[in-house]
Design a protein around this ligand. Structure first.
Ligand code: ADP
Ligand code: MG
Length: 393
């Protein structure tokens, strides 16, 4: 890849793609975890120091091609401004005349934050026309969005065919931290997967089938598997149309002799709030309007024992609904077990970083804390990631 440090940036318009897809507090709507923003500061500060005009673009959430005010980037601009101690001009769109006008007024050392890229359906379609419109705003493209490099989107892939393109410092750092794990990670190799949805994780589970010794499954993800095993999961979040694939996957796991550890006891509640009353019960006792919102104590202990004995441990996705206090314990115990583990520990994902913050855990408790969730896993699978590959041309 090309080296950003080798070019002159004075007066250049640098279009910088970052991953500011940060968790927002569901009540106050403020950024609840700033680590992804902090992680990009070295690149932004370098660009500013070199006299560039910095035009920042990001996505946030899944607005699916429509303007949705809860996904506007204004709360992010506020945090960025505070961290940089430089005015950040937030614009209400990412392409079009207003944006062009604002950018043309910029002087060296100024920062503009464009609106959520995913308000335009063309972004996720990797649309070349849309990429061209974005590209008009810059002289150089810098990608520092490690968390988004596994997606071939207009702002991560198509654009890099148009402008001279460079990796940012965060992207470089993630690649060099994760690369040693690519070949043959030391075994036992344990992959802990949580999170809400199965669809984004199925591919990952499949590709790691013959690489890991144990899968530890929690979160909403586990519910679909439990349902597929025939359990009544009450009113828990799950994906009905993924039951069949879940069953197929479990059959494959059986054949490959890996351990696929699902929760055997769970924390349930019938409402979701910071004061919800919870009980810890065996999976077979779940019924009616109970919602599974965390892994149970015995399951947590079982997970932690496997973590202690492992040589390589990778974790993505909280195993409970950590946004609310009563459902944090499973994730907290996993984080602590990893922090004390002998093996190499890698943690990543936007919400997983938020979990670490809630538990007051520092990045140096782990061998690597990645800003990417899906991107980190796909990188570790050994896949070619479109956002990286395009920078290697
Ligand atoms: P990351 O951002 O670290 O990659 P994900 O986005 O995959 O993680 O998943 C995080 C989300 O999963 C969190 O919002 C969390 O509340 C949710 N989650 C975890 N367990 C459950 C559960 N049992 N029911 C509903 N949501 C859950
Ligand atoms: Mg997430």
């Amino acid at each position: 890849m090309k080296n950003l440090k080798k070019i002159s940036l004075q007066g250049k318009r640098v279009l910088l793609r970052v991953d500011f897809n940060v968790p927002l507090n569901p009540k106050t709507h403020k950024v609840s975890d700033i680590s992804r923003i902090q992680a990009c500061l070295p690149t932004i500060q370098y660009l500013l120091k070199q006299g560039a005009k910095v035009i920042i673009m990001s996505h946030l959430g899944r607005p699916k091609g429509k303007v949705m005010k809860e996904f506007r980037l204004d709360p992010v601009a506020t945090v960025l401004e505070r961290l940089l101690k430089v005015t950040v001009k937030k614009i209400s769109d990412c392409v079009g005349d207003t944006v062009k006008r604002e950018v043309s007024k910029m002087t060296a050392g100024q920062v503009v934050l464009l609106e959520n890229l995913r308000f335009h359906p063309e972004e996720e379609k990797n649309d070349r026309g849309f990429a061209k419109k974005l590209a008009q705003l810059g002289d150089i493209f810098v990608n520092d969005a490690f968390g988004a490099v596994h997606r071939a989107h207009a702002s991560t892939e198509a654009i890099a065919h148009i402008l001279p393109s460079y990796p940012g410092f965060l992207l470089e750092k993630e690649i060099s931290a994760l690369s040693p794990l690519l070949g043959t990670p030391r075994r036992p190799f344990v992959l802990i997967l949580g999170g809400a949805k199965i669809d984004t994780k199925l591919g990952v589970l499949q590709s790691f089938l013959h690489k890991v010794d144990s899968f530890l499954i929690g979160g909403g993800l586990a519910n679909t598997f439990l349902k597929a095993e025939g359990y009544d999961i009450g009113d828990s979040l799950y994906e009905p149309n993924k039951i069949e694939v879940a069953q197929e996957l479990m059959l494959e796991v059986e054949k490959s002799h890996e351990r696929f550890v699902l929760p055997r006891d769970v924390v349930v509640a019938d409402s979701i709030s910071d004061t919800a009353a919870t009980v810890d019960i065996p999976v077979e006792d779940v019924e009616g309007n109970m919602k599974i919102l965390d892994i149970g104590r015995k399951t947590t202990e079982h997970f932690c024992r496997i973590i202690e004995e492992a040589s390589t441990i990778v974790w993505n996705g909280p195993v409970g609904l950590i946004e609310y206090k009563p459902f944090r314990k499973g994730s907290r115990d996993i984080a602590e077990a990893m922090a004390h583990a002998q093996g190499t520990t890698i943690v990543g994902g936007g919400d997983t970083l938020e979990a670490l913050r809630l538990f007051d855990m520092q990045a140096d408790s782990f061998d690597h804390v990645s800003t990417g969730g899906g991107a980190m896993l796909e990188f570790l699978e050994g896949k070619k990631l479109p956002g990286i590959e395009v920078l290697e041309r």
